[in-house]
Design a protein around this ligand. Structure first.
Ligand SMILES: Nc1nc2c(ncn2[C@@H]2O[C@H](COP(=O)(O)OP(=O)(O)OP(=O)(O)O)[C@@H](O)[C@H]2O)c(=O)[nH]1
Ligand SMILES: [Mg+2]
Length: 461
């Protein structure tokens, strides 16, 4: 990627919309705009102005034919998204005016931007660090208000600050160790052995806390998975439909209707909840049903929460009992469905099997106690994602892995200090830890990793 190029892209989705934006960034952005933009007759544009919006037309300079009526925004470096000159052209939101305008921009010296290249430039030019760059993607992909909140925290630099602070402390400690190594012949001690250990312990604790906090943030961002599980015909698909308020899954009076698992997102108090409808578990020789039930079992493993559904209108069967055993180890809620019908189910037996679990009585089709069920699910999530006094932070897998590596280095350094190993060894581990923290913010990061990160962005961002 050449930073000297001027890049351009359509920054809005292609389709019919109110407006669509062509974005241009780089040294040639203003000269290109001058070439293809015409203000209304008699008006002049002050091209050295910045953050000004101008009304006019995009024209093809070869023929002076009008391409679109636009608003042109001029933004001068360095106070821009990429720290380069940026021109944004607000066209009418149709694919033809947008493509035609982009074509002209490319003809006069820009090249098409790669996915995420605008944000990559913001990072490479030092306006934001890698955490902030990645948070831009999280903001675009946020599913609920809570997901957005944690992504915005990262964009603001709250996670970056925490990581930098941790790193500074490690660098401080490292400098003491290095001084001792340099002056080892003079037998100088800059920091007592106890102080070193204490500092390492503190650093380790802080790292662990950050990781813990990020786990909560992850629930805010990615949500949790809840699988509706039960024997055939208890009303699992009906419950899914009622929760979603639309007829997503096929419901029928025939047992064994659902064959494949269905996964949909529900916003519960701002948390994304992935709700999974599964095939009813039973003994079968039918190959398709067997496959469906195998999928149910793998979803049970994957799920954070099992919503065990029991049909209240009939007595418990062996099928119910064997499902009880299958889900006993997983966290979950129990709901007795079809309370609108005469009840035959043995509630006592269920409570004696699950002594710590509350049982909710619902009707999926008559919509009885559905809000209560949602409330219980929300409580379950809140218990898992206990808000801490700190800012909510979230890390993606890449960031988390690097922080975990840093934690391992710190743990080894502490172990070394405990065993009275040489300063060199402890210093080595600290240096490793610092390197891993640098990977998170992007100070030391390989090109392939950067490419991988930004390729997930859309073009024009
Ligand atoms: N009366 C009553 N009938 C219900 C209720 N919930 C579901 N049903 C009926 O029970 C039958 C089975 O419902 P489904 O939602 O298809 O059951 P399922 O658990 O998904 O069944 P499988 O996909 O076969 O495992 C249908 O006839 C539903 O209309 C309820 O709350 N009350
Ligand atoms: Mg079903």
């Amino acid at each position: 990627m050449n930073l000297e190029d001027t890049i351009a892209a359509i920054a809005t989705p292609l389709g019919q919309s109110g407006i669509g934006i062509v974005r241009v960034s780089g040294g040639k952005a203003f000269p290109i705009a001058k070439k293809i933009f015409r203000p209304p007759a008699g008006k002049k544009i002050n091209w050295s102005s910045s953050f000004k919006i101008h009304y006019g037309w995009i024209v093809d300079p070869k023929t002076e034919r009008k391409v679109d009526e636009v608003l042109l925004t001029l933004m001068r470096a360095p106070r821009t998204y990429t720290r380069e000159d940026i021109v944004e052209i607000n066209c009418h939101g149709g694919p033809v005016p947008l493509r035609k305008t982009l074509e002209l921009v490319l003809r006069y010296g820009a090249r098409l931007a790669e996915p995420g290249e605008f944000t990559k430039r913001a990072f490479l030019r030092g306006r934001i660090d890698l955490i902030q760059a990645e948070s831009v993607l999280s903001i675009i992909q946020a599913r609920t208000e809570k997901s957005l909140e944690v992504a915005l925290n990262s964009l603001e630099g709250k996670l970056s600050q925490k990581i930098s602070l941790l790193k500074e402390k490690m660098v401080d400690l490292l400098s003491y160790l290095e001084a001792e190594i340099d002056f080892s012949s003079e037998d100088l001690e800059f920091l007592s052995a106890t102080d070193k250990k204490r500092q390492l312990e503190d650093l380790l604790k802080e790292t662990a806390r950050l990781l813990e906090n990020a786990k909560t943030g992850q629930i805010y961002q990615e949500g949790i998975k809840a699988a509706i599980v039960g024997k055939p015909n208890v009303g699992k698909s009906s419950l899914l439909n009622t929760l979603l308020q639309r007829e997503r899954a096929i419901v029928s009076y025939l047992p064994g209707t659902t064959r494949d698992t269905i996964e949909e997102m529900l916003n519960i108090k701002g948390f994304p909840l992935w709700i999974i409808d599964t095939a009813g578990i039973k003994k079968t020789r039918n190959a398709v049903e067997k496959e469906g039930i195998a999928r149910t079992r793998s979803k049970i493993k994957e799920a954070d929460l099992i919503l065990l559904l029991i049909d209240g209108s009939c007595p418990l069967s062996e099928e119910d009992r064997s499902i009880f055993k299958e889900v006993k180890e997983k966290e979950g809620l129990i709901a007795i469905n079809k309370v609108d019908l005469p009840q035959k189910v043995e509630k006592e037996e269920i409570s004696s099997f699950f002594p710590d679990r509350e049982i909710i009585e619902i009707s999926a089709t008559k919509e009885i106690n559905i809000d209560l069920l949602k409330e219980k699910i929300a409580n379950f999530i809140l218990k898992k994602a206990a808000p801490s006094s700190d800012d909510l932070l979230v890390m993606n897998l890449r960031q988390k892995k690097a922080l975990e590596e840093a934690k391992k280095s710190l743990a080894r350094a502490l172990e070394g200090a405990d065993q009275g190993l040489s300063e060199e060894l402890i210093a080595f581990e600290l240096r490793e830890g610092i390197k891993h923290l640098g990977e998170i913010t992007g100070e030391v990061v390989a090109d392939e990793i950067l490419d991988r990160i930004f390729s997930r962005f859309c073009i024009g961002k």
